[in-house]
Ligand binder design. Structure first.
Ligand SMILES: [Mn+2]
Length: 330
């Protein structure tokens, strides 16, 4: 893969915006897939193709066609991981039974979890075999990609997690027995010695911390949260909860953070550029730092003022704010 790459953030079933963005970036549809004329550029999709929007099926098919044509790499997002866990029976095939999980499936069929995923299932109404085939496609999506000039994943890059996965030669759930790997990825309390919960969940969902007693906030879906996402590129040593938390639109109190959080490793300023989605940013695209670029600008946001955003990368080690390209949510 060369360094002429267009990174694209969370699509969440907004296929029409994706088609517009690809055209704006100069990609042309031919023989069933978008390609860059002459093949000089390709796309890295940062995950979260399904849920929320009404065109999950069209989005998956477009992304998959580009991957099969060699004009894109498609990474896994937490929504793809959640969909696979939602349909995987606890203890199925070669997988451990995870005792701490309630209900028959690795992802509990609780109200909020069903509500998020239902839109995607609806998109495949009357097409069950295509839905199952779609799940098989999701199994093949890599957790991250790393080259000499960049790193990319859905949520957070963590060197130690990457080492763990590299040691086992796991790039996706297809690199081994799927039933076993997805059980290990859901083994949150390390009931077994071979849990992959941390490495996979850090890449796909990012690090989180428990909020101090009595502090909660409401997320965009109206769910009360007792944990918050972290700015994993900040040195947590002297940061307050307000500085370290990363919940756009939510301001937490400027309290001290626990010692184990202060000790966590972070993505330094001299590391190669890293691209990701996941975090529901709003407003016009902006760099977080000159080597840290989040591309999720909430095209599926509830206020309808989100954007689908790309960063046009050419190998530069200091990212440039003028290289964002985007379309407004329809
Ligand atoms: Mn997302």
């Amino acid at each position: 893969m060369n360094s002429s790459i267009d990174f694209i953030g969370d699509v969440h079933g907004h296929c029409e915006e994706l088609r517009q963005l690809l055209k704006k970036l100069g990609y042309v549809e031919s023989c069933g897939a978008f390609r860059y004329p002459g093949g000089g550029r390709s796309v890295v999709f940062l995950g979260d193709y399904i849920d929320r929007g009404g065109e999950a099926r069209e989005t998956v098919n477009l992304v998959r066609a580009m991957r099969d044509a060699g004009s894109a790499v498609a990474l896994m997002g937490n929504h793809e991981f959640n969909a696979l866990s939602f349909w995987q029976l606890n203890g199925f095939g070669g997988g451990h039974v995870i005792h701490s999980i309630r209900g028959g499936y690795l992802r509990e069929h609780a109200f909020n979890k069903v509500a998020i995923h239902a839109r995607t299932v609806e998109c495949y109404k009357g097409r069950k075999s295509e839905f199952l085939e779609m799940l098989d496609f999701l199994k093949t999506l890599p957790f991250y990609i790393e080259t000499e000039s960049f790193r990319a994943q859905h949520a957070c890059f963590d060197t130690r997690c990457a080492e763990t996965l590299k040691k086992e030669r796991i790039r996706s759930f297809a690199d081994g027995n799927f039933d076993e790997l997805i059980a290990r990825a859901n083994d949150q309390y390390c009931e077994y010695g071979d849990s992959l919960f941390d490495p996979i969940n850090i890449f796909l969902k990012g690090p989180e911390m428990d909020l101090p007693d009595g502090i909660t906030f409401c997320d965009g879906e109206g769910v009360v949260r007792k944990r918050c996402r972290l700015r994993w590129w900040l040195d947590p040593k002297d940061a307050t909860l307000r500085e370290l938390s990363f919940q756009p639109g939510v301001e937490l109190p400027a309290l001290d953070v626990p010692a184990d959080i202060k000790d966590r490793s972070f993505y330094g300023e001299s590391e190669r550029p890293v691209f990701f989605g996941h975090y529901w940013l709003t407003g016009l695209p902006k760099l977080i730092r000159d080597n840290v670029c989040c591309l999720d600008f909430s095209v599926a946001g509830y206020r309808g003022d989100g954007r689908l955003v790309a960063y046009r990368f050419d190998g530069e080690q200091k990212l440039d704010e003028s290289k964002f390209v985007w379309v407004e949510a329809i």
